[in-house]
Write a protein that binds this ligand. Structure first.
Ligand code: AMP
Ligand code: GLY
Length: 431
């Protein structure tokens, strides 16, 4: 079979790499893909949010499965359009994709279905927002309702700062995405990400991951799209995973189906493990980046039957192991993101990166590319904020992390920055 992947980041490179290993697959096409993805299969110069031309490309290529990586085309209805054309699509329709595109929408559904999450209010008027803030305790969590590239959440330590932030956000700080404001109760605890594959009825939970959202070691500095991740995350015990399945995954997937919007794809559950149990921080409607890189490296099973089952229906009822028998043996995996100095703010493009091949040749290591080009001399160059995701598997998490850092250390890129402490919480737990 032939599979078309939509997207161009580290997540999509990892998906292409894993999908290409399937004995079921002849060709992996990507749109727009990247230079790194082009080494796996042909790339087509159509942007991931160019819904009209992606539809044309699909009609021309007639792929057996289309895997949509990022959230923007899902929120814009690409999956609906392709399904209406008869394609099998991995990724939810526009309506359920609002779980990510509108935080207020997600909160309302969780409230209706009784899914555990922080208490909240939705506001368009600064005065109402401020009145609600005064009913909460510090710190205060303020979120732009719409898609803001992971930057729309502010945690304000004092009431005065929270009130000023509410004014700024409703005053246009995040543009359209901030026309509505969601204010939440602060949830203390450790975070984890759980990824559930579903055909709208049945579900299969992948090994739990932990992302590192802050730029600097010790979880300091600004929030980013993610500077590293690992799996399985020991914070998610069997008992907690079962609780998440029963209290979150099942009611969400059932609730969406009953509302006439069956969810087909991967539901990303961002969790806070609070003293009262796991609660939802956010939903995303796609794989995490860089969590996808560790999951694809970790899973020994062929992912393609599972992706296909989500797209076509027909996941065996509750029988997770029928699709991925080695799921419970998922190998420990870790990834370290190399970003251009300046990210998540302004940064320069074009700096030369050497040693990627050496890193790739280390046992257990795979380097996924998120934003690279090639110069005239044939060297890789940095073309984005997050640029490489150095990923490794190991017999245990420590070995996976050590190998990932051996990969990082083989790479010479003076303009690059990365964290040195990926996995610190898990390593602390195992000591
Ligand atoms: P989000 O984009 O909703 O995932 O929020 C970004 C980050 O803000 C999360 O990863 C959490 O670290 C933090 N956060 C969001 N909501 C809350 C909350 N209600 N309580 C505590 N931390 C939160
Ligand atoms: N790594 C966080 C995300 O993909 O949203």
């Amino acid at each position: 079979m032939n599979i078309l992947i939509v997207g161009s980041g580290g997540r999509e490179h990892a998906l292409a790499w894993k999908i290409a290993q399937s004995p079921l697959v002849d060709t992996v096409w990507s749109a727009p893909g990247s230079l790194a993805m082009d080494r796996i299969g042909p790339c087509f110069d159509v942007k991931a949010d160019d819904v009209e031309n992606l539809e044309k490309l699909a009609l021309q290529l007639e792929p057996d499965l289309i895997v949509i990586g990022p959230e923007a085309p899902l929120a814009a209805g690409l999956a609906d359009i392709l399904r209406a054309r008869g394609f099998d699509v991995f990724g939810p329709d526009r309506e359920p994709a609002q779980l990510e595109a509108s935080k207020g929408f997600a909160k309302d559904i969780m409230a209706r279905l009784g899914v555990p999450t922080a208490a909240y209010g939705r506001f368009t008027e600064p005065e109402d927002a401020k009145a609600f803030l005064r009913t909460l305790d510090a710190p205060y969590v303020l979120k732009a309702d719409g898609l803001a590239a992971g930057k729309g959440v502010v945690i304000a330590p004092t009431l005065a700062e929270a009130e000023a932030e509410a004014e700024a956000m409703l005053g246009g700080k995040f543009g359209e995405a901030g026309a509505e404001l969601v204010i939440e109760e602060f949830m203390p605890g450790e975070e984890a990400s759980v990824f559930v594959l579903t055909d709208g009825v049945n579900r299969l939970t992948l090994p739990a991951c932990q992302d590192h959202k802050r730029l600097l070691d010790g979880d300091e500095g600004p929030n980013t799209g993610g500077m590293g991740a690992y799996c399985p995350a020991p914070v998610m015990t069997e008992a907690l995973l079962k609780q998440v399945d029963e209290e979150i995954s099942e009611p969400m997937i059932e609730g969406l189906r009953e509302a006439g919007h069956p969810y087909q794809g991967v539901l990303y559950i961002g969790l806070m493990i609070t003293p009262e149990g796991p609660k939802v921080v956010e939903f995303n409607v796609r794989f995490g980046d860089p969590e996808c890189q560790v999951l694809m490296a970790s899973l020994e099973d062929d992912i393609v039957p599972a992706l296909l089952a989500c797209a076509t229906g027909g996941m065996p009822q509750r029988d997770f192991t029928a699709l991925m028998p080695k799921l419970s043996e998922a190998r420990p995996a870790a990834t370290v993101v190399l970003a251009t100095n300046g990210y998540p703010g302004a940064y320069e493009k074009g700096s030369v990166i050497t040693g990627v091949k050496t890193a790739d040749e280390i046992e257990g290591v795979t380097v996924f590319h998120a934003g690279t080009g090639v110069n005239e001399a044939g060297d890789w160059t940095a073309q984005g904020g997050r640029v490489l995701s150095v990923t490794a598997v190991g017999d245990d998490l420590k070995q996976a992390i050590d190998r990932a850092y051996a990969g990082v250390d083989a790479i010479d890129w003076p303009q690059g920055v990365h964290r040195r402490d990926i996995g610190w919480r898990a390593l602390g737990k195992s000591e």
